[in-house]
Every structure is written in C-alpha cells, then in structure tokens.
Write a protein that binds this ligand. Structure first.
Ligand code: SF4
Length: 484
C-alpha cells in the first residue's frame, strides 16, 4: 500500500471520521454508482442497514444523517456545516431524501435499520445499502466498511489501497525499520523521505511530456501548497471554535470551554510568555475537539476524534520551540518560517501515521482509543522532534515513547458522543507528545523498545481488548456515568 499524506490528513466534518466521514463517503459512492449505471430513475427505495459499532454509537456520531447526506451526493471533503444543517432539516421536514441530488425518495433517519449486536466478519463498522425497485427487488446492493480515518473499503475488494496497483515511490516502507534504513541511506530525515514519496505520487498528475525536473518542482510546490492548506484548515477550525459559545449538541450539556479559556489567557498571558505554553496547547486541543463535537469542519489527523492533538502540538512548535530546545542546542535544520515548520512537522507526522495504518489500525472501533488518540500523539511527537532538529532515530524514539504510554487506552465515549472523554483526552495526549519529543531529544536515539515493537503491541492489545471498549459505548465511562 502506498499511502498519501492527504489520505491521513483530509478535510471533513465532525464528529467522527469512522462514523461520520466514512459512512458519508460510502453512501456518496453508492449514489454515484447508481447514477453511473443509469439506475436512478428505477430506484423506489433505499434500505440502509448499519452494523456493529456504526449502529451502537452511530446516532451519537451522526451516522444516519451522514449516510442520508452521502446518498444525496454530498461529500465530506466539500460539504459545509451549514449545508449539513440545511439538508438535515429539509429531510426531516419533507420526509424526502434526494438520491444523487435529483431523485426523490421517501427516506429519513427513522428508516435506518440498526444492528448493534451484529458484527460482520471483515470489520465492526459496516453499512449495507440496497436500492430497490417498485417491486421491492434489489437493483443494487453494496456493503461498505468504514475502517478509520475516513477510509472506506467495499465488500468484494481487497483491503484499502492494496487493491490498487502499487504506486512507484523512491522510498517504499511499511515499518519503522524500513523507514530508518531509507533515512540512513539517503541522508534524509523522516520529513524528507515522506516528501520525496509524496512528490512521486503527485508527479503523475503533471503530465508525462513535462521535463522530469520541471515536473518534480511542480509536484513539490503542489505538495507544499496542499500541506499549508491543511494547516490553514486547522487554524480556521480553532478560530471558528473560539467564536462560539454555549453547550455542545447531543444532550450531555457539555459546555464549550475554549472560548472562556481564550478570554482568560488574554488577561493572564497578554504577551505570550513561555511559561503559559501548556495552557495554550490545552486551548488549541479543546477548540478543535469542541468544533469537531459540534459537527464542524476539521482535518482528520489521523481521525476526527483525535483531531486536536496535532494542531495543538504544532502550535507549540510554531510558538515556543526556541524556548524548549535542549540546553546549548541550536536548530540544525533551516527552519526559517512558520510555513517551513508546519510543512516539516506534518510530513514527519504523516510518515509515522503510515506505520500505524500499515501495521495496525487507526480505528477506535477496531483497537480502542490507543489507535486514535495514541496514534495521533505518536505522530505529533514525531513532528515535533523533527522540527526540533532530531535525528531520524530520535524522531522514531519520540513516536515510540508517545505510543508506549497510550497503550491499552480504551474507547468508552459517554452517550456515544465524541465529547467525554475525547475532548480533554486530546489535550492530555498533546502534552504526552511534547514530553515524548523532549525526552527523545535528550537521548541519542538508542532505546530498548522499537517503534515497530510498540505498534505490534498496540495491534495485539487492541485485538485482545473486549468489544465493550471499542467504540460501542457499552463499557467504561459510558456505563459508569449516568447521563442527564
Ligand atoms: S474515546 Fe477515543 S477512540 Fe473513542 S470516540 Fe473518543 S477519541 Fe475516538
């Protein structure tokens, strides 16, 4: 599998990449396939079956709405929160879903059939869509699996990108050992290796007849532009969240805290003093996750539930880095601007994200929260260590430390909402990532547990974890805290 950075960092809406973004994407694929096959006008009804975790916590995660909007042809990367509100209200008021945006069906959230206790063999997050004609005969039926981070797989196809022909990249890797070997041979850091691969993936779209050098330069510029656009969406997410007050939707009455904390910091830290770094990191993490919980626009990093960690740690890198270098150290790489810091940070973080996606999982429904918040913390630690000037071994060590201390983290969201413990958990995991990077930078890169070993441990721990703790809201805080 050759994963793109932009598979891991994609723009979508909250609150969940696996329960909102993935199902919307799957339904949009289905609607598009009906349209392409010329079947739209023959469709009299669409049956929607949600299985496993999608049914158990789907309502709290907005899954039924996401599927209906996907059937209308809306896609998570382009839909706006205002469109979601407008179409959801319209469907509820009229009882009509517009299949592929033009074919009316009597279909609302109430028609979605839930099977929370049925887990299909391939993955716990499954949605089956069946188009029926006027005689209730099936015109088409597809089963899709939302496997985390907004990735979708279709029954009958090989897993993920493995189904596609492997793309030609200069530094193919599945494991941290392979990644480090590329770094040693090439003299590049993790960010450099990831950039070279992404440029190769991008170069194809610049035309075969272009001069190779020109095409590479153009591709590199495209990658940089897209990375900075991801950074900008992260920044916009924080700004939007800080402009909102009140309680989050879903019935738990969880108050938005980030705007209040922003006002407090205006008073207590008017000049950006370094000793307030922790409060600012907390603020950014909360802002992103409060926006995610309200269905706002976020970047999967690598998932929605863990979307606040990388922006929070990147905020630290962009703001405080000079104050937290090891004594006597200088930044030995030409980090000259905010754009450079963000580009290198995201590249190194993505390189580590590839390792989790390749060897384990980034889905809370598959391996618990260690796969979402743990992976994001590990990716953020790598990004920070990279821009602090870490060697590849130190960067790998930072990623390993961050995951090692997130092992076993369960997914037990109260009410099936991505709010408690998710929002605060992002802030805590951001701090772990910063500490992991600092610890790694004070070492020489040698350490006992390799990143590959800790990823394998995460995968096996997730496999052994009871289903109660894998995004079903059937265990942990979800059952020990009474909802009001
Ligand atoms: S507990 Fe973790 S994995 Fe579960 S919904 Fe919250 S952030 Fe996602």
């Amino acid at each position: 599998m050759t994963l793109s950075i932009f598979d891991l960092f994609s723009v979508g809406i909250g609150p969940s990449s696996s329960h909102t973004v993935g199902p919307m994407r799957a339904a949009a694929y289905f609607a598009s396939s009906l349209s392409d096959a010329g079947l739209l006008d023959r469709v009299n009804a669409v049956r929607i079956d949600l299985y496993g975790s999608l049914a158990a916590t789907g309502p709290g995660h907005g899954t039924p709405t996401a599927v209906l909007l996907g059937l209308e042809g809306l896609r998570p990367e382009s839909v706006t929160p205002a469109q979601v509100d407008e179409r959801r209200a319209s469907i509820a008021a009229t009882g009509t879903t517009m299949l592929a945006g033009r074919h009316p069906l009597a279909l609302t959230e109430d028609d979605v059939v839930m099977h929370p206790l049925t887990v299909l063999p391939r993955h716990t997050n499954a949605v089956r869509l069946t188009a029926l004609d006027g005689d209730e005969s099936a015109l088409a039926s597809e089963t899709y699996y939302s496997v985390g981070g907004g990735f979708v797989e279709r029954e009958g196809e090989d897993s993920g990108a493995a189904a596609a022909a492997p793309a030609e990249v200069p530094f193919p890797f599945r494991t941290a050992a392979e990644l480090l070997a590329h770094c040693r041979r090439s003299g590049l850091g993790l960010a450099g290796v990831m950039l070279a691969n992404e440029v190769a993936l991008t170069r194809g779209s610049h035309g075969d007849d272009a001069e190779r050098g020109d095409a590479t330069d153009a591709a590199a510029a495209t990658v940089r532009t897209r990375l900075l656009a991801i950074r900008d969406v992260m920044d916009e997410c924080v700004a939007t969240s800080l402009g909102r007050t009140g309680v989050l939707p879903g019935g738990l009455a969880v108050r938005r805290r980030a705007p209040e904390w922003r006002e407090r910091l205006r008073v207590e830290d008017p000049h950006g003093a370094p000793e307030f770094w922790q409060e600012w990191v907390n603020l950014v993490a909360l802002a992103v996750n409060e926006e995610n919980a309200s269905g706002g626009r976020v970047v999967t990093a690598p998932t929605n539930g863990a979307a606040g960690i990388i922006p929070a740690v990147m905020h630290y890198a962009r703001t405080y880095l000079p104050h937290h270098l090891p004594p006597g150290a200088e930044v030995p790489v030409p980090v000259t601007s905010d754009d450079d810091v963000c580009e290198r940070f995201l590249l190194a973080a993505a390189a580590v994200g590839v390792l989790y996606k390749e060897q384990a999982s980034i889905s809370g429904a598959e391996v618990g929260c260690q796969g979402e918040v743990g992976s994001a913390s590990s990716m953020a630690a790598a990004g920070l260590a990279e821009v602090m000037g870490g060697t590849p071994e130190q960067v790998e060590n930072a990623a390993e430390i961050a995951m090692e201390h997130n092992l076993g983290l369960t997914c037990d969201p109260i009410g099936g909402l991505v709010q408690i413990p998710c929002i605060e958990r992002n802030a805590i995991a951001a701090s772990k990532a910063i500490n992991a990077a600092k610890m790694a930078l004070w070492g020489d890169g040698s350490h006992h547990v390799s990143l590959d070993q800790v990823i394998a441990t995460m995968r096996e721990t997730g496999r052994d974890m009871s289903d109660k703790y894998k995004e079903t809201a059937l265990g942990g805080l979800a059952v020990n805290v009474v909802e009001c």
